[in-house]
Design a protein. Structure first.
Length: 399
């Protein structure tokens, strides 16, 4: 497999080898020319300026969205490139233009590789990408800015690729959209996406995320007409956690905390959530026209409601709703609730706004006494929430 091989789309036979500084011991890879004894190294920023005729002072180079550019010493420069054959990246690389991987090609990125991307540029995958970081040597893909701020580069974009795209032990920072997939498939194993405008955005795509952190983005995950499976993922301190429309979401052992808006928003979608924890957000989850199930999950300490439901045929069992202003708010009688703990919510354990009787029996309201339990339930019309039979003890077995 050639290393960092590039070719022009109009001249596929022309090949340019990019020398790499950091390589495996014994690898047969060319090195850049040795500087003379009186010569001073030229930083990537100075080299950009000298080629473009712009001032060479680093302080004068400004990135509109992300502040000043940072020196990236010893990095190999990659201009706008269209890869038509399999290519390997390792060491340090600076992308000065868009990199596109053709449908027949695979881009492989080795453990410990650092890739920094110029403003407005990104990586466009039409073929396949395999990022092989390790826990000890993750792959970093970020912007050239001193301060990693959202929008410093465009991100990784999957375009109509249904191949086995794999991202393992990868850190993505400061992009407009960390990962954007359109009519594509990809899988990740430990993935960190932070300080992006959108962490992950799916359109008509299939993605499986296993283990990782999505934090400090304007939007954590957005999915439209897609299938998303998430396991052992933490979504923290995003403005919005997960937002899906006309999609399927399956999640296990997911932690969502400190998101400004709804931890989870879903419209016209299908859910299967188990051991989902949504805490310290504005609302834990806001679900409209949703079907599926939520089990063994916790909606705790959210500023407004733990769960807001409308026109949703959901099965809720073995969950806890506690420490919110409202535990469950439902606009209608469609959800089915059993073996849940609805306790210690500040205003109401259940706020019911529907016109039909709502059966909420078989749950624990913190009291064995019916009259005391009914004090924690409010309905728009009197006595529309039927809480009997009451459970005698807390059924929730999680944390």
């Amino acid at each position: 497999m050639p290393r960092a091989t590039s070719s022009s789309p109009t001249e596929p036979a022309a090949v340019t080898r990019i020398p790499l500084i950091e390589t495996r011991q014994g690898a047969d890879v060319p090195h850049p020319p040795t500087l003379g004894k009186d010569a001073e190294p030229v930083s990537p920023i100075q080299e950009i300026h000298s080629q473009s005729g712009q001032p060479t002072s680093k302080e004068e180079q400004i990135v509109e969205t992300s502040g000043k550019l940072a020196p990236f010493a010893d990095a190999r420069r990659v201009p706008e490139t269209f890869y038509t054959q399999d290519t390997l990246w390792e060491g340090k690389l600076q992308l000065d233009g868009w990199v596109t991987v053709a449908p027949q090609a695979t881009l492989t990125i080795s453990p410990g590789t650092t890739v920094r991307v110029a403003p407005g540029k990104g990586i466009n995958i039409q073929g396949r990408i395999v990022i092989k970081g390790t826990a000890e040597m993750p792959v970093l893909i970020s912007s050239l800015a001193h301060n990693t701020a959202p929008g410093g580069w465009r991100g990784i974009i999957f375009t109509a690729t249904e191949k086995k795209n794999m991202l393992e032990n990868v850190v993505i920072e400061g992009a407009e959209t960390g990962i954007q997939a359109r009519f594509s498939n990809f899988t990740s194993g430990w993935l960190s996406v932070s300080r992006c405008k959108s962490g992950i955005r799916l359109q008509d795509s299939v993605a499986t995320l296993s283990d990782g952190v999505i934090a400090e983005n304007s939007s954590g995950i957005i999915a439209d007409n897609s299938e998303l499976t998430i396991n052992s993922i933490n979504l923290e301190r995003n403005r919005a956690g997960i937002t899906i429309g006309k999609s399927a979401l399956m999640g296990t052992d997911v932690t969502m905390r400190g998101n400004d808006g709804c931890g989870l928003s879903a419209d016209g979608s299908q859910l299967k959530l188990e051991r989902f924890s949504v805490t310290t957000s504005e609302n834990g989850a806001c679900l409209t026209t949703v079907e599926g199930s939520i089990s063994s999950s916790a909606f705790k300490d959210n500023r407004e409601s733990g769960l807001v439901l409308s026109a949703s045929r959901l099965r809720l069992s073995g969950n806890i709703f506690s420490g919110n202003r409202v535990g469950i708010q439902s606009a209608d009688h469609l959800p089915a609730l059993w073996d849940n703990a609805l306790i210690n919510n500040r205003s109401y354990n259940i706020l019911y706004l529907g016109d039909e009787p709502f059966h909420a029996g078989g749950n624990w309201f913190g009291e064995e006494d019916r009259d005391k339990s009914e004090l924690s339930v409010f309905s728009k019309k009197p006595v529309m929430v039927r809480i009997e039979p009451l459970l005698k003890a807390n059924p929730y077995s999680g944390k």
